[in-house]
Design a protein around this ligand. Structure first.
Ligand code: SAM
Length: 376
């Protein structure tokens, strides 16, 4: 019954030059049946589940504004069965996303069911499976544009949601409306952020994608926002995942530029990472008030420590945001796949997770789906 996860070979497989990780397949992993790993030895502990690819915002860097949902939504019970399989293999964190997940009926019930699940592995790597009273609760997070959050924060908290991340690309109402292309939207999102804070769905993270010429004037105001509201503001470099193929490297505001601007506003102090797989570099200011994270997939890729896979709203596994294809877990499930068969399929797909993305390199190919249809 007891199985120890083999972790000792991890450090030998990741050769990280500080920017781009170079990964090499590891023989022991190819043969192991312990917790979910890819062939490079990366443990897959985070699953992002899109519950719809509908969205009520038309953010300029994400959607054209003309195209709607393109993929099916599944019954909540079917997402739950697939999540349970991933959990049985070692997933510990579930992030619900979309599209806009708060548009999805049944979301609160889904959170309640997720809150009842337990991890199959203990922090020391001991396998406990579904032994009652042994595993730990999952970390259940939600990424939302916050438009409907004020009304849903309480029921979601009561159902067992651990924390929320709210996407907010400006702290100035006019800039915000210009980006989201939804008039009078800022006040609703701000109310959602405050309600989530008050409900203890924290630490609330506020994600901002900076675009040169659009919202880069907001960097210092976001620093003030973090200090004033007590939220973690995270700047994310814009990735080529938008519907209208408008991405240009010149429009991306890089980590170095953000750090320079923040330092001029007030000296930054770097914070230690919570975990090796953490995507954000974390900072506070010289007086310890406020927290800023910078996620730099373009200028400082962190693929070498990636612990994530995604499940799309139509039940396909995606092993990387930049994958050229997805893998039909749901199709196998509706054709009568047993749990053992589906778990074996997940292992096989995850084993072949891409080593890294190739943003900005010659020959870079756009992924087969855009962000809104994958689940960010
Ligand atoms: N609707 C929800 C929301 O707004 O948070 C969840 C889905 S949205 C696709 C998830 C996150 O992806 C948001 O924080 C959004 O800003 C971010 N995002 C969308 N397109 C992006 C891109 N091309 N590059 C970087 N981040 C992107």
């Amino acid at each position: 019954m007891k199985q120890m996860a083999t972790t000792m070979f991890l450090s030998s497989t990741i050769i990280d030059d500080g920017n781009t990780a170079v990964l090499e397949p590891v023989e022991e992993v190819l043969q192991a049946q312990g917790r979910l790993r890819d062939k490079f030895g990366r443990a897959i502990t985070d699953l992002r589940v899109s519950v719809t690819d509908r969205c009520n915002y038309k953010c300029v860097y994400c959607r054209t504004g003309n195209e709607g949902a393109q993929y099916t939504e599944l019954p909540i019970a079917d997402y739950l069965r697939m999540v349970r399989l991933f959990v049985s293999l070692g997933v510990e964190k579930i992030r619900l996303t979309g599209g806009e997940p708060l548009l999805r009926s049944g979301l609160v019930e889904m959170v309640r069911e997720l809150a009842g699940m337990r991890t199959a592995y203990l922090p020391d790597g001991t396998f406990v499976g579904e032994t009652p009273g042994k595993g730990l609760p999952l970390d259940i997070a939600l990424t939302t544009n916050g438009h409907l959050l004020e009304g849903l924060a309480q029921p979601l908290k009561d159902a067992g949601l651990s924390r929320v991340t709210v996407s907010m690309d400006a702290v100035d109402a006019e800039t915000f409306a210009a980006i989201t292309r939804v008039p009078r939207s800022f006040d609703k999102v701000l109310a959602g952020v405050r309600k989530a804070q008050a409900m203890g769905l924290g630490p609330v993270k506020v994600n901002c994608v900076l675009l040169r010429g659009f919202n880069d004037s907001q960097i210092e105001q976001f620093a003030e926002f973090s200090r004033r509201e007590g939220v973690i503001v995270r700047f994310i470099e814009w990735m080529p995942l938008e519907e209208d193929r408008s991405w240009k490297r010149e429009t991306v505001i890089s980590m170095d530029e953000i750090v320079a601007r923040l330092n001029a506003y007030r000296p930054l102090v770097e914070l230690a990472p919570h975990a090796a797989s953490e995507t954000a570099k974390r900072f506070t200011f010289d007086d310890g008030v406020g927290e800023i994270g910078i996620i730099a997939p373009v200028s400082r890729p962190f693929c070498g420590h990636c612990s994530r896979v995604r499940l799309t709203s139509d039940g396909k596994i995606r092993t990387c945001l930049f994958s050229q294809s997805d893998h039909d877990l749901y199709g196998r499930m509706v054709r009568g796949g047993t749990d053992a068969e589906l778990a074996a399929y997940i292992r096989e797909i995850v084993m072949h997770k891409e080593a890294r993305h190739h943003i900005g390199e010659p020959g870079f190919e756009k992924p087969s789906r855009n962000m809104v249809h994958i689940g960010g």
